[in-house]
Design a protein around this ligand. Structure first.
Ligand SMILES: Cc1cc2nc3c(=O)[nH]c(=O)nc-3n(C[C@H](O)[C@H](O)[C@H](O)COP(=O)(O)OP(=O)(O)OC[C@H]3O[C@@H](n4cnc5c(N)ncnc54)[C@H](O)[C@@H]3O)c2cc1C
Ligand SMILES: *[C@@H]1O[C@H](CO)[C@@H](O)[C@H](O)[C@H]1NC(C)=O
Ligand SMILES: *[C@@H]1O[C@H](CO)[C@@H](O)[C@H](O)[C@H]1NC(C)=O
Length: 384
């Protein structure tokens, strides 16, 4: 058993940022990570062509801005090397192969007890701490919805987190389910690699060029959301025309309003839309059921496919291991009960970083808030 001031679960950007903020103030902390490296989402579960969707000033972690020669939209390799520098600069040493299996608060001694499986040695370890920071991510595990007959499918089924590039799908008929950023980008890659690509777009989406999003985010510093939304939607109409001609619906509410209220991000177009307009990518309605290699859609049509890629999002796994964290987390979704900006702090010294549905920008805020709160707690204890 090991005792420490703070335990951080997860060595993604949120865990790293929190550890850095604590290290700067010399608060002892341990980062526990189930994989064999930090930022495993970015190293192992992100496709090759991925770039950060937001401009660099919204993606940097606390205490270390990007160098001025970094491009505005940082590619995956640049982001990973930034994280390498971050980890060595703030001397963060996550403990790897540590799968947290349970964490519970002991009322009697007022401490968190964290049970961990060391998957390298196949042994159990126990850690005890005054503070617990949950940083396991909103995207802990790929989510695939249930579809009737899916087990009879004769082709390949893949979650977007396992997709790297389109080379092996060349010449194949591939269906991408889900029209979020991952789905749109993967459809583009597939089509470029010579796959006959279709995409299921079920719900209305805003599709914008990243330069327009960047402009919008800059305008938000000076103008109300409603006004910025109307400019952004107007510009998108000029660039793309009426998208309903291609089977794509646009929400009635504006993109920044939706981001604020629902956390749903607009789609940043990487070239998919152009391919949809040129009919190089087909847009299809919801998938109804699967019969061996035939997929049936809700409009009654059916087609043969060789592979289905589910870009249907992720889910949090917090509720599987966190006991009595109920005032902070919803037991079913594994997401915070309170919305941003009140989502990050519970009682008894529990916090969460990276659950504000605000991407890397939100992570930076969470890490700094948490470190500040822990430090002020420790100070007030000392003066008692
Ligand atoms: C394809 C993709 C593209 C994205 N692009 C952007 C973008 O451009 N801009 C942006 O701001 N955001 C983007 N995001 C959102 C992105 O997830 C976050 O910005 C960021 O990676 C979240 O960091 P995190 O530390 O909260 O979670 P993660 O990066 O998911 O890290 C959580 C860590 O916790 C570990 N873990 C989980 N459960 C346990 C356990 N029980 N025990 C021990 N360790 C555990 C995981 O292995 C993981 O390493 C993207 C997400 C995806 C999936
Ligand atoms: C595509 O990914 C495979 C691994 O899945 C890799 O071997 C190959 O080099 C990649 N191709 C390209 C063009 O990057
Ligand atoms: C491509 O896929 C669509 C949708 O399944 C299908 O209608 C079309 O015939 C396919 N095109 C070719 C060239 O196979």
């Amino acid at each position: 058993m090991e005792e420490i001031e703070v335990i951080i679960v997860g060595a993604g950007p949120a865990g790293l940022a929190t550890s850095a903020c604590l290290n700067v103030q010399s608060i002892p902390n341990i980062v526990l990570e189930r994989e064999d490296s930090y930022a495993s989402l970015w190293k192992k579960r992100a496709y090759d062509c991925l770039k950060l969707h937001l401009a660099k000033q919204y993606c940097q972690l606390p205490h270390m801005p990007f160098p001025s020669n970094t491009p505005t939209f940082v590619p995956k390799a640049g982001w990973l090397s930034y994280l390498d520098n971050y980890v060595s600069r703030f001397e963060i040493n996550p403990r790897y192969h540590r799968l947290v299996e349970s964490a519970s608060y002991d009322e009697k001694d007022g401490k968190w007890c964290v049970k961990v499986k060391n998957t390298n040695l196949d042994e159990c370890e126990v850690y005890v701490a005054n503070f617990l920071v949950v940083a396991t991510g909103e995207n802990s595990e790929g989510f695939i919805p249930h579809i009737e007959g899916i087990q009879s499918f004769e082709g390949e089924i893949l979650h977007s987190s396992k997709f790297r590039n389109g080379s092996k799908f060349s010449g194949k008929d591939v269906l991408v389910v889900g029209s979020g950023n991952s789905g749109m980008e993967i459809a583009y890659e597939l089509s470029k690699s010579g796959a006959n690509t279709s995409i299921v777009c079920r719900s209305p989406v805003h599709i914008l060029k990243r330069e327009i999003v960047y402009l919008g985010m800059s305008l938000l510093n000076f103008f109300p959301c409603k006004f910025v939304d109307s400019i952004v939607v107007f510009l998108a109409k000029i660039v793309y025309g009426d998208l309903s001609n291609y089977g794509l619906q646009t929400p009635s509410k504006g993109p920044f309003y939706l981001k604020r209220i629902t956390g749903q991000s607009p789609i940043i177009d990487v070239g998919t839309l152009d391919k949809i307009i040129k009919k190089e990518i087909q847009v299809l309605p919801s998938l109804k059921c699967v019969r061996r290699n035939k997929l049936e859609f809700v409009d009654g049509k059916s087609n043969k496919f060789d592979a289905i890629i589910f870009a249907t999002g992720y889910r949090s796994t917090v509720s599987e291991w966190l006991k009595n964290g109920n005032d902070l987390f919803d037991g079913v979704s594994g997401l915070p009960k309170q919305l941003y900006p009140n989502h990050w702090k519970g009682s008894n010294g529990i916090y969460c970083a990276g659950f504000g549905r605000k991407g890397l920008y939100g992570i930076s805020m969470d890490a700094q808030n948490i470190a500040r709160d822990i430090i002020s707690n420790l100070r007030s204890c000392k003066s008692d």
